[in-house]
Design a protein around this ligand. Structure first.
Ligand SMILES: CC(C)(COP(=O)(O)OP(=O)(O)OC[C@H]1O[C@@H](n2cnc3c(N)ncnc32)[C@H](O)[C@@H]1OP(=O)(O)O)[C@@H](O)C(=O)NCCC(=O)NCCS
Length: 141
């Protein structure tokens, strides 16, 4: 993980109780080329990932993509901590006011999770190349 700590980064941390044990949970966002990579650490283990990309043509807005939490850590409150910490960095350190993302219509976990975190559904469409039903979601920070 040492290369990780050498890059420009932003960090938020808190504590979280699992099985009566207090754990340090932190979100670390590193800036690599045009992409921001967010990592959620439980202790020293990376358990979550997300990429943030600048929106072409609008410097007040980003695209969130590739959010994932390792399976054993889902639906425990950790995803919401990750989102809160990541969006706090995006808003207060990066000075971004709007996040947009897309999700497959049948991805109940991401539809539920993003809704809990305050995302609104903006629109939907069928991607003619893949035939996937896509939902466009957005959150004002
Ligand atoms: C999407 C993902 C990050 C959500 O993680 P999570 O820890 O379940 O998220 P949250 O705890 O914030 O929200 C979960 C909510 O979504 C809904 N949900 C999650 N899994 C569900 C399921 N299997 N069936 C029905 N609803 C579900 C529920 O409303 C749930 O709330 P609850 O636990 O209070 O009932 C995780 O499922 C994941 O990594 N999935 C694989 C990658 C992916 O699809 N990423 C998103 C697209 S880029």
């Amino acid at each position: 993980m040492s290369h990780f700590y050498n890059k420009q980064m932003n960090i938020r941390q808190t504590t979280f109780k699992i099985d009566e044990k207090e754990n340090i949970v932190q979100t670390i966002l590193t800036h690599v080329d045009d992409k921001y990579l967010a990592r959620l650490l439980l202790g020293d283990k990376i358990i979550g990932r997300c990429s943030i990309v600048n929106m072409p043509g609008n410097c007040g807005m980003v695209v969130s993509t590739e959010l994932s939490i390792d399976e054993p850590f889902r639906r425990k409150g950790l995803t919401q901590i990750f989102r809160n910490q990541m969006y706090d960095i995006v808003k207060n350190d990066m000075h971004i006011r709007y996040i947009i993302a897309t999700v497959l219509e049948d991805n109940v976990a991401e539809i539920g999770s993003s809704g809990k975190s305050g995302f609104n559904i903006i629109d939907n469409f069928v991607n003619n190349k893949t035939k996937h039903k896509i939902v466009i979601i957005g959150k004002k920070l």
